[in-house]
Design a protein around this ligand. Structure first.
Ligand SMILES: Nc1ncnc2c1ncn2[C@@H]1O[C@H](COP(=O)(O)OP(=O)(O)OP(=O)(O)O)[C@@H](O)[C@H]1O
Length: 241
Protein backbone atom coordinates (compact mmCIF):
# COMPACT_ATOMS: atom_id res chain seq x y z
CA UNK A 1 0.00 0.00 0.00
CA UNK A 2 2.56 2.56 1.23
CA UNK A 3 6.27 2.11 0.60
CA UNK A 4 8.93 4.44 1.94
CA UNK A 5 12.31 3.68 0.44
CA UNK A 6 15.74 5.03 1.37
CA UNK A 7 14.56 8.40 2.63
CA UNK A 8 17.21 11.03 3.40
CA UNK A 9 15.69 14.12 5.00
CA UNK A 10 16.31 16.82 7.57
CA UNK A 11 16.20 20.53 8.23
CA UNK A 12 18.67 22.87 6.56
CA UNK A 13 22.06 21.20 6.80
CA UNK A 14 21.05 18.84 9.59
CA UNK A 15 20.20 15.41 8.25
CA UNK A 16 17.78 13.48 10.49
CA UNK A 17 16.77 10.48 8.33
CA UNK A 18 19.57 8.43 6.78
CA UNK A 19 18.07 5.97 4.31
CA UNK A 20 14.86 5.16 6.18
CA UNK A 21 12.60 2.52 4.63
CA UNK A 22 9.21 1.22 5.81
CA UNK A 23 6.39 -0.71 4.17
CA UNK A 24 2.76 -0.57 5.24
CA UNK A 25 0.78 -3.42 3.66
CA UNK A 26 -2.89 -2.98 2.80
CA UNK A 27 -4.92 -3.28 6.00
CA UNK A 28 -1.74 -3.38 8.14
CA UNK A 29 -1.20 -1.55 11.42
CA UNK A 30 2.48 -0.71 11.62
CA UNK A 31 4.00 1.06 14.63
CA UNK A 32 7.06 3.29 14.39
CA UNK A 33 8.72 3.68 17.78
CA UNK A 34 11.78 5.55 18.96
CA UNK A 35 13.04 7.96 21.59
CA UNK A 36 12.60 11.73 21.58
CA UNK A 37 14.08 13.48 18.58
CA UNK A 38 14.87 10.30 16.63
CA UNK A 39 12.95 11.47 13.56
CA UNK A 40 9.53 9.80 13.83
CA UNK A 41 7.58 12.99 13.11
CA UNK A 42 10.10 13.90 10.41
CA UNK A 43 9.28 10.60 8.72
CA UNK A 44 5.54 11.38 8.87
CA UNK A 45 6.19 14.85 7.46
CA UNK A 46 7.96 13.32 4.46
CA UNK A 47 5.11 10.86 3.85
CA UNK A 48 2.47 13.60 4.24
CA UNK A 49 4.37 15.86 1.83
CA UNK A 50 5.22 18.53 4.41
CA UNK A 51 8.97 17.99 4.00
CA UNK A 52 10.72 17.18 0.73
CA UNK A 53 13.31 14.43 1.08
CA UNK A 54 16.81 14.90 -0.35
CA UNK A 55 16.77 11.30 -1.60
CA UNK A 56 14.53 8.24 -1.60
CA UNK A 57 10.92 7.85 -2.61
CA UNK A 58 7.42 7.38 -1.27
CA UNK A 59 4.90 5.33 -3.24
CA UNK A 60 1.20 4.77 -2.62
CA UNK A 61 -0.23 1.73 -4.36
CA UNK A 62 2.83 1.72 -6.60
CA UNK A 63 2.44 5.35 -7.65
CA UNK A 64 5.35 7.66 -6.86
CA UNK A 65 4.03 10.51 -4.67
CA UNK A 66 7.40 11.77 -3.39
CA UNK A 67 6.89 15.24 -4.83
CA UNK A 68 3.07 15.36 -4.81
CA UNK A 69 1.99 18.54 -2.93
CA UNK A 70 0.76 17.89 0.63
CA UNK A 71 -2.70 19.30 -0.13
CA UNK A 72 -3.23 16.76 -2.93
CA UNK A 73 -2.48 13.72 -0.76
CA UNK A 74 -5.83 13.47 1.11
CA UNK A 75 -7.50 13.32 -2.31
CA UNK A 76 -5.38 10.22 -3.02
CA UNK A 77 -6.52 8.63 0.24
CA UNK A 78 -3.46 9.45 2.35
CA UNK A 79 -4.18 11.52 5.43
CA UNK A 80 -2.16 12.67 8.46
CA UNK A 81 -3.82 12.59 11.89
CA UNK A 82 -1.92 15.20 13.88
CA UNK A 83 -1.87 15.20 17.68
CA UNK A 84 -5.14 16.41 19.22
CA UNK A 85 -3.56 19.67 20.31
CA UNK A 86 -3.41 20.63 16.63
CA UNK A 87 -7.16 20.93 16.08
CA UNK A 88 -8.51 24.41 15.20
CA UNK A 89 -9.32 25.61 18.73
CA UNK A 90 -11.45 28.61 17.78
CA UNK A 91 -13.68 26.60 15.43
CA UNK A 92 -16.50 24.31 16.55
CA UNK A 93 -16.16 20.53 16.57
CA UNK A 94 -18.39 20.31 13.50
CA UNK A 95 -16.48 23.00 11.62
CA UNK A 96 -13.25 21.11 12.31
CA UNK A 97 -14.80 17.94 10.94
CA UNK A 98 -16.06 19.71 7.82
CA UNK A 99 -12.53 21.02 7.22
CA UNK A 100 -11.47 17.39 6.90
CA UNK A 101 -13.82 16.98 3.94
CA UNK A 102 -12.77 20.27 2.32
CA UNK A 103 -11.43 18.72 -0.89
CA UNK A 104 -14.80 16.92 -1.28
CA UNK A 105 -16.85 20.08 -0.66
CA UNK A 106 -18.90 19.61 -3.83
CA UNK A 107 -20.47 16.39 -2.51
CA UNK A 108 -22.65 17.93 0.20
CA UNK A 109 -24.92 14.90 0.65
CA UNK A 110 -21.95 12.55 1.00
CA UNK A 111 -20.32 14.88 3.50
CA UNK A 112 -23.46 14.93 5.65
CA UNK A 113 -23.52 11.13 5.59
CA UNK A 114 -19.83 10.89 6.54
CA UNK A 115 -20.37 13.40 9.36
CA UNK A 116 -23.07 11.13 10.76
CA UNK A 117 -20.63 8.22 10.41
CA UNK A 118 -18.04 10.06 12.51
CA UNK A 119 -20.69 10.91 15.11
CA UNK A 120 -21.76 7.28 15.29
CA UNK A 121 -18.14 6.25 15.84
CA UNK A 122 -17.51 9.04 18.38
CA UNK A 123 -20.82 9.91 20.10
CA UNK A 124 -19.01 12.36 22.36
CA UNK A 125 -18.17 14.51 19.35
CA UNK A 126 -21.85 14.60 18.43
CA UNK A 127 -22.77 15.79 21.93
CA UNK A 128 -20.17 18.52 21.62
CA UNK A 129 -20.64 19.38 17.95
CA UNK A 130 -21.32 23.10 18.60
CA UNK A 131 -18.56 23.53 21.20
CA UNK A 132 -15.23 25.22 20.30
CA UNK A 133 -12.60 22.55 19.79
CA UNK A 134 -10.36 24.49 22.19
CA UNK A 135 -12.77 23.57 25.00
CA UNK A 136 -12.44 19.80 24.49
CA UNK A 137 -10.49 17.43 26.73
CA UNK A 138 -7.28 15.90 25.40
CA UNK A 139 -9.01 12.60 24.54
CA UNK A 140 -11.89 14.37 22.78
CA UNK A 141 -9.43 16.42 20.74
CA UNK A 142 -7.66 13.27 19.67
CA UNK A 143 -11.01 11.78 18.61
CA UNK A 144 -11.70 14.98 16.69
CA UNK A 145 -8.34 14.74 14.94
CA UNK A 146 -9.14 11.17 13.88
CA UNK A 147 -12.71 12.11 12.90
CA UNK A 148 -11.46 15.02 10.81
CA UNK A 149 -9.16 12.66 8.91
CA UNK A 150 -12.02 10.19 8.35
CA UNK A 151 -13.99 12.97 6.63
CA UNK A 152 -11.45 12.83 3.80
CA UNK A 153 -12.41 9.16 3.12
CA UNK A 154 -8.84 7.92 3.58
CA UNK A 155 -7.36 4.56 2.70
CA UNK A 156 -4.16 5.14 4.61
CA UNK A 157 -3.80 7.09 7.87
CA UNK A 158 -0.62 8.41 9.48
CA UNK A 159 -1.19 8.76 13.23
CA UNK A 160 1.23 11.05 15.08
CA UNK A 161 1.47 9.95 18.74
CA UNK A 162 -2.27 9.63 19.39
CA UNK A 163 -1.60 8.70 23.05
CA UNK A 164 0.51 11.79 23.81
CA UNK A 165 -0.35 13.49 27.12
CA UNK A 166 -3.44 11.32 27.73
CA UNK A 167 -4.37 9.47 30.91
CA UNK A 168 -4.09 5.64 30.73
CA UNK A 169 -7.86 5.12 30.61
CA UNK A 170 -8.19 7.57 27.72
CA UNK A 171 -5.26 5.88 25.94
CA UNK A 172 -7.28 2.65 26.09
CA UNK A 173 -10.24 4.40 24.43
CA UNK A 174 -8.02 5.77 21.69
CA UNK A 175 -6.44 2.33 21.18
CA UNK A 176 -9.96 0.90 20.76
CA UNK A 177 -10.79 3.64 18.27
CA UNK A 178 -7.65 2.83 16.26
CA UNK A 179 -8.55 -0.86 16.19
CA UNK A 180 -11.98 0.23 14.92
CA UNK A 181 -10.28 2.06 12.03
CA UNK A 182 -8.50 -1.12 11.17
CA UNK A 183 -11.80 -2.96 11.02
CA UNK A 184 -12.89 -0.38 8.47
CA UNK A 185 -10.09 -1.75 6.30
CA UNK A 186 -7.78 1.24 6.61
CA UNK A 187 -4.01 0.85 6.48
CA UNK A 188 -2.34 2.56 9.42
CA UNK A 189 1.12 3.88 10.29
CA UNK A 190 1.23 4.71 13.98
CA UNK A 191 4.06 6.81 15.43
CA UNK A 192 4.20 6.25 19.17
CA UNK A 193 6.29 6.69 22.30
CA UNK A 194 3.88 4.43 24.15
CA UNK A 195 5.46 1.00 23.63
CA UNK A 196 2.70 -0.78 25.59
CA UNK A 197 -0.01 0.59 23.33
CA UNK A 198 1.96 -0.24 20.19
CA UNK A 199 2.54 -3.81 21.35
CA UNK A 200 -1.14 -4.17 22.10
CA UNK A 201 -2.53 -3.03 18.76
CA UNK A 202 0.15 -3.15 16.04
CA UNK A 203 0.94 -6.20 13.95
CA UNK A 204 4.47 -5.11 13.11
CA UNK A 205 6.76 -2.67 14.83
CA UNK A 206 9.87 -0.81 13.83
CA UNK A 207 12.23 1.18 16.00
CA UNK A 208 14.03 4.13 14.48
CA UNK A 209 17.58 4.83 15.52
CA UNK A 210 20.39 6.71 13.82
CA UNK A 211 17.89 7.95 11.21
CA UNK A 212 16.97 4.49 9.92
CA UNK A 213 15.04 1.42 11.05
CA UNK A 214 17.30 -0.44 13.47
CA UNK A 215 14.88 -2.99 14.94
CA UNK A 216 11.85 -4.65 13.32
CA UNK A 217 9.61 -7.39 14.61
CA UNK A 218 6.26 -8.94 13.85
CA UNK A 219 4.30 -8.34 17.05
CA UNK A 220 2.08 -11.39 17.08
CA UNK A 221 4.04 -13.55 19.51
CA UNK A 222 7.28 -12.52 17.80
CA UNK A 223 8.39 -9.72 20.05
CA UNK A 224 9.43 -10.16 23.62
CA UNK A 225 8.93 -6.94 25.59
CA UNK A 226 12.30 -7.64 27.28
CA UNK A 227 14.02 -7.75 23.91
CA UNK A 228 12.50 -4.40 23.02
CA UNK A 229 13.38 -2.93 26.41
CA UNK A 230 17.00 -4.01 26.12
CA UNK A 231 17.16 -2.50 22.62
CA UNK A 232 15.99 0.82 24.04
CA UNK A 233 18.38 0.59 27.00
CA UNK A 234 21.28 -0.19 24.68
CA UNK A 235 20.78 3.16 22.95
CA UNK A 236 17.37 3.24 21.29
CA UNK A 237 17.59 6.99 21.70
CA UNK A 238 19.23 8.55 18.71
CA UNK A 239 22.86 8.74 19.71
CA UNK A 240 24.37 7.58 16.45
CA UNK A 241 23.43 10.28 13.99
N1 LIG B 1 11.23 22.38 11.84
C1 LIG B 1 12.41 21.93 12.33
N2 LIG B 1 13.55 22.63 12.14
C2 LIG B 1 14.74 22.19 12.60
N3 LIG B 1 14.91 21.05 13.31
C3 LIG B 1 13.80 20.30 13.53
C4 LIG B 1 12.50 20.71 13.06
N4 LIG B 1 11.60 19.78 13.44
C5 LIG B 1 12.30 18.83 14.11
N5 LIG B 1 13.61 19.15 14.16
C6 LIG B 1 14.67 18.35 14.78
O1 LIG B 1 14.72 17.10 14.13
C7 LIG B 1 14.99 16.06 15.06
C8 LIG B 1 13.93 14.98 14.92
O2 LIG B 1 12.68 15.56 15.29
P1 LIG B 1 11.32 14.75 15.20
O3 LIG B 1 10.24 15.70 15.62
O4 LIG B 1 11.20 14.08 13.90
O5 LIG B 1 11.56 13.65 16.34
P2 LIG B 1 10.54 12.64 17.00
O6 LIG B 1 11.17 11.29 16.93
O7 LIG B 1 9.19 12.79 16.40
O8 LIG B 1 10.56 13.13 18.51
P3 LIG B 1 9.39 13.25 19.61
O9 LIG B 1 8.97 11.84 19.92
O10 LIG B 1 10.08 13.90 20.75
O11 LIG B 1 8.28 14.08 19.02
C9 LIG B 1 15.05 16.70 16.44
O12 LIG B 1 16.40 16.90 16.77
C10 LIG B 1 14.34 18.02 16.24
O13 LIG B 1 14.87 19.01 17.09
Amino acid sequence: MLAVEGIEAGYGRTRILHGLSIDVPKGGLIALLGGNGTGKSTCLKVIAGLLTPGAGRVTLDGEDITTLPAEDRPGRGLCLVPQGKEVFGAMSVEENLMMGGFHRRRDKADLAEDLEGVYTRFPRLKERRRVSAGMLSGGERQMLSIGRALMSRPRMLLLDEPSAALAPKVVEEIAEAILGLRELGLSLLLVEQNVGMALEIADHLHVIRGGRIAFSRVVDGGVAPDELRSFYLSGGHDDES
